[in-house]
Design a protein around this ligand. Structure first.
Ligand code: ZN
Length: 172
């Protein structure tokens, strides 16, 4: 089931999310819903708080190209265990901040540990777009948005645009 994506500013996007302790069927359903919502948006990553659920769960699929096979990843309780000294700058966007993009610099490579959809512990290194995306999504679980990396003026400008967009959506 596709879910509604919250638009910034929303207090639920600023909250610290709770670790998942019991991998129940409703949580697996939530993971499937997040993937469906992400693919339909379309986007390359989505975090549970973006649909108003304050659990530590993210999904991502950064495979590029029309003929690329889907490579969905479901991560419960993901955390970064190691980062490279090397940094990488990507132009980031966010499904909760539609049509706004800005350069963000982050570690170029990260090692991430998580619990997968079947309840198994996983650990893997990521680079390129995958590294940026997984860090962006984990940030969501700590109430942090990519615009929090920008200067205050740029952040306020984007936030005002989003407030205007939300007023327009509410009137529609
Ligand atoms: Zn985002």
């Amino acid at each position: 089931m596709k879910r509604n994506i919250l638009i910034h500013p929303d207090p639920r996007l600023k909250k610290l999310c709770e670790p998942v302790t019991d991998l129940s069927d409703p949580l697996r359903q939530l993971a499937d819903d997040l993937l469906e919502t992400m693919y339909k948006a379309p986007g390359i990553g989505l975090a549970a708080p973006q649909v108003g659920v304050l659990d530590r769960l993210i999904v991502l699929d950064c495979e590029k190209g029309e003929n690329a096979a889907p490579k969905p990843l479901v991560m419960f309780n993901p955390h970064v265990v190691a980062v490279s000294d090397e940094q990488n700058t990507y132009e980031e966007g966010c499904l909760s901040i539609p049509d706004q993009f800005a350069d963000v610099t982050r570690p170029a490579e990260v090692e991430v540990a998580w619990i997968d959809r079947d309840g198994n512990a996983q650990q893997q290194g990521f680079n390129g777009l995958w590294a940026t995306c997984v860090q962006h999504e984990i940030d969501h679980l700590d109430g942090k948005l990519f615009i929090d990396y920008l200067g205050p003026l740029k952040r306020q400008m984007i936030t005002r645009r989003m407030q205007k967009l939300k007023r327009e959506l509410a009137r529609a």
